[in-house]
Write a protein that binds this ligand. Structure first.
Ligand code: GLY
Length: 524
């Protein structure tokens, strides 16, 4: 799209549609997300296309007849599906900022679906892991599994005819084809068949919301972040503000002391997240209060530079994160326009459900709501009011797309998948680049950590050096390896505003790469 004269927003819309074909575990038409835009002329936008609870949903959504949480209903199938926002969000981004015809942005994805893609190792691994759950739903099985139930393997060609057909409808009819046309009708019919509440009116009423970006300053740079219903922007802003007076710059990098203080800031930001954050359309979210020094200074004063604190000191225990599937891409064009887009189906392959005739997986995003009012347990769940399920509400998200500007010019674009660990991953990269002036490739490669308040443990990637783990334990942290060997997949871009040189850095933890129009790419 850049080669054809389009801008970063055109490219982002085309990439997002294409990933729905090539990376269906997270790239999507049936989910939602956030797109941050920073234009070279100074304008910015935070496009919230998060899924919305159907209007007939209430906070008992995931409770069984005995009032217990029905985990099956949260994870699979029809009841956890929020109204997908992706198509509306991409159409809105194009309407406001795009320059190429919308159909031209959808066309490559349609071709990929109808002509087929060669399955890549990451997709094959995901399908192998989730084949049994995909097999629960006939249209999902037909799309991703062989007739004998075995998953499509790496190197095989995957043709997705129904998906190609949906993309053709969207190319021809725009977002209306999805929300007011054949796609909404197919999904509503499947929901009615299963007795779920999502219906055609929920689709017709869906709107993306274009919000003001959350902008904060650190080390002379301006951080552009996603406001609620993302919790990521507020948490990242809190963490860098809590850490600023410690002058970690003098450490010269992520030393054990820097990692200890980073974990302490993270512990406090996650406690605030659980207590205060939710959908700003549904209740007042005190963002200004949470970022005010009057709130941060006493919180900072509880940080002991020598000793880990205990999470119990900062409120009731909080749930363990579940494995989620989200994906992030960053784009900068030659004019300096930038997009940071993170979108998701919630878990890998969402709720594993494809509505017959549509060709794409539906999200189980309503799982991001707190399932039981007042029940906040050490190992299970959060029960605070701002994120209880309610018709029309958007569940709280951890997605943290981020654009950093200096003197009005974009210098960094980043973001990541990873459920609640997204916040830790993105904050670590931003902090590494701004505080320690670490070159982006090293910041992306550096072993990551996560402290999410509860469980009260500092989790790290397998690559974190033994000596650092030992040192962190001597601060009093419970130091544990992350369940997966890696944390996040943060495809990012650095830009030198003086020369205009753009450095795209693919995170090689999962799969992905950097690309540029042929006349702008360096020789390989
Ligand atoms: N479903 C993951 C997130 O929105 O944070």
């Amino acid at each position: 799209m850049l080669t054809r004269g389009g801008n970063a927003i055109d490219a982002a819309v085309a990439v997002a549609f294409a990933l729905a074909v090539t990376y269906p575990e997270a790239g999507n038409l049936g989910g939602g997300g956030f797109m941050l835009v920073a234009l070279a002329d100074g304008r910015t936008a935070a496009i919230d296309y998060r899924e919305t609870a159907p209007r007939r949903v209430d906070e008992a959504l995931f409770l069984d007849a005995r009032g217990a949480v029905d985990q099956e209903r949260r994870a699979f199938g029809h009841h956890a599906v929020g109204v997908p926002g992706t198509v509306a969000g991409l159409a809105e981004a194009h309407r406001r900022f795009g320059t190429l015809p919308f159909a031209a942005l959808v066309e490559p994805a349609r071709r990929l679906a109808e002509e087929g893609i060669v399955v890549q190792p990451a997709l094959a691994a995901g399908l192998a892991e989730h084949a049994r759950d995909l097999a629960r739903f006939p249209a999902s099985a037909a799309q991703f599994l062989h007739a004998d139930g075995t998953p499509v393997e790496a190197g095989e060609r995957l043709v997705q005819r129904d998906l190609g057909n949906s993309l053709r409808w969207i190319a021809e009819g725009g977002a209306a084809a999805f929300y007011d046309g054949p796609i909404a009708a197919l999904i509503a019919a499947e929901m009615a068949r299963a007795g779920a509440s999502l219906d055609a009116r929920d689709f017709a009423e869906y709107r993306p919301i274009v919000r003001d970006v959350l902008a904060v300053r650190h080390r002379g740079a301006e951080l552009l972040l996603m406001p609620p219903p993302s919790s990521g922007g507020v948490a990242l802003a809190q963490m860098v503000a809590l850490l600023a007076p410690f002058e970690l710059r003098r450490e010269g990098g992520f030393t054990p002391r820097a990692r200890h203080l980073f974990a302490e800031a993270s512990r406090r930001a996650f406690a605030d997240r659980a207590r205060w954050l939710g959908d700003p359309e549904a209740s007042a979210i005190p963002v200004a209060m949470l970022l005010d020094e009057a709130h941060l200074a006493p919180l900072r004063a509880t940080i002991d530079p020598q000793r880990a604190s205990r999470s119990d000191a900062f409120g009731p225990p909080l749930a363990e994160p579940r494995g989620s599937s989200t994906t992030h891409f960053s784009i900068v064009d030659a004019a300096g326009n930038a997009v940071a887009n993170t979108y998701t189906l919630e878990e890998r392959f969402g709720g594993k459900l494809v509505a017959p005739g549509t060709g794409f997986l539906l999200n189980n995003e309503l799982q991001d709501f707190n399932p039981q009012r007042g029940v906040t347990t050490r190992d299970g769940q959060i029960g605070t009011e701002p994120n209880l399920a309610r018709g029309g509400r958007r569940p709280l998200s951890s997605m943290t797309p981020c654009i950093v500007r200096r003197d009005g010019e974009v210098v960094l674009v980043t973001g990541s998948p990873g459920g609640r660990t997204i916040i830790s991953t993105v904050t670590q990269i931003v902090f590494d680049v701004l505080e320690f002036e670490t070159p982006l490739p090293q910041a992306i490669a550096r072993p990551r950590q996560h402290h999410g308040w509860f469980p009260d443990a500092l989790r790290h990637e397998a690559a974190l050096e033994e000596a650092t783990r030992t040192a962190l334990a001597t601060y009093g942290h419970v130091v544990e390896p992350a369940k997966q060997r890696w944390q996040g997949d943060a495809h990012s871009i650095a830009r030198d505003p003086t020369s205009g040189v753009v450095q795209a850095v693919a995170d090689d933890r999962v799969e992905g790469w950097a690309a540029a129009p042929p006349d702008e790419a360096p020789p390989r």
